[in-house]
Design a protein around this ligand. Structure first.
Ligand code: CP
Length: 337
């Protein structure tokens, strides 16, 4: 694919070389995301940030990424605050908003809705999560993080050993991440979930067709040994018919420091797309892991800004202009990175 003017709707639209290109552009965004330099390359551009489903990090990090490149952000949050609540179609919404914006990020509770919206949009649309279907930019930031974490141990993504744990049926982040990993070689995936919440069969089939080893289990401890990454996920309560139905699965697979020390290799990296459910009944990733140096969850969220800046720079075709329209920051910006 060419990036200029393209929608980003599914991880399946990318070849491996394009993924590597996104990551190399993301690396170049570091001085801006880390507040050493400020760029005005998107001065005058407007992002329509349309979140029709709850979000903290995807919505805010997309907005920050656009701001860090010098652009402005206009937001709509929640269906009830938009004219969709009055019966307006996705087609009409897309025609209207693409007149106001230079790029649009959209999250929506229905699978396929962002693609439907993009078909009517006159500007590039990026999928910020469509129902249980896909979350392509989360998969990109996850793989970018995996790559960096492995590099610190002289490893590459090829040969990766990873467990995905939790609600693999409704978890769109793991769907996109599996599709992305199918572009790499010789991966071992251990898919740990309640039987009722297993990874969709076509995703597993796709991984096996790509030559990867896939283990499916409903047991945690015996399956998190000898791995590079354990990737925990939340029970996707919003996809169930009632909170009580989700309660049947909450708290089934809890990772804490005691279990980590007993079963995981000392360098196993702990990931989660967040939000983690820290309520007592769930607590899939315990707070007692917060000081564990292998807990990468906040490195993931920081990396999300780099990857999303890279996507905007690529889609709006300004990669080689970011540095030209930049200056040193004038404020105290130390300590965070
Ligand atoms: N990972 C993720 O999509 O988080 P938010 O729901 O907060 O955007």
């Amino acid at each position: 694919m060419g990036f200029r003017g393209s929608h980003i709707l599914s991880i399946t639209q990318f070849e491996r070389a394009e993924i590597e290109h996104i990551f190399s552009v993301a690396d170049r965004m570091e001085p801006y995301a880390h507040r050493q330099r400020a760029s005005k390359v998107l001065d005058g551009a407007i992002l329509g940030n349309m979140f029709f489903e709850p979000s903290t990090r995807t919505r805010v990090s997309f907005g920050c990424a656009f701001n860090l490149l010098g652009g402005e952000v206009r937001e709509t949050t929640g269906i009830k605050n938009s004219a969709i609540a009055k019966g307006e179609s996705l087609y009409d919404t897309a025609r209207v908003l693409s007149g106001y914006s230079d790029a649009i990020v959209m999250r929506h509770p229905e699978s396929g809705s962002v693609a439907e919206f993009a078909a009517a949009s006159r500007v590039p649309v990026i999928n910020g999560g469509d129902g249980a279907n896909e979350h392509p930019t989360q998969a990109l930031l996850d793989l970018y993080t995996i790559k960096k974490e492995l590099l610190s141990h002289d490893r590459t993504v090829d040969g990766l050993r990873i467990a995905m744990i939790g609600d693999l049926k409704y978890g769109r982040t793991v769907h996109s991440l599996c599709k992305l990993l199918s572009l790499y070689d010789n991966i071992k995936l251990v898919l740990i979930s309640p039987k009722e919440l297993q990874m969709p069969a076509e995703v597993v089939e796709n991984l096996r067709e790509a030559g990867h080893e896939v283990v499916v289990s409903d047991q945690l401890e015996e399956n998190i040994q000898h791995l590079d990454i354990v990737y925990s996920t939340r029970i996707q309560e919003e996809r169930f018919s009632s909170p009580e139905e989700a309660d049947l699965y909450r708290g089934r697979f809890r990772l804490n420091q005691t279990i980590y020390t007993k079963y995981c290799e000392p360098n196993t990296v702990i990931m989660h797309p967040l939000p983690r459910d820290s309520r007592v009944a769930a607590n899939e990733l315990d707070n007692d892991l917060n000081e564990n140096p292998n807990l990468a969850i906040f490195r993931q969220t920081d990396n999300g800004v780099l990857v999303r800046m890279a996507l905007f720079a690529l889609v709006l075709d300004v990669v080689d202009l970011v540095d030209k329209y930049s200056h040193d920051v004038r404020w105290y910006a130390g300590g965070r990175f």
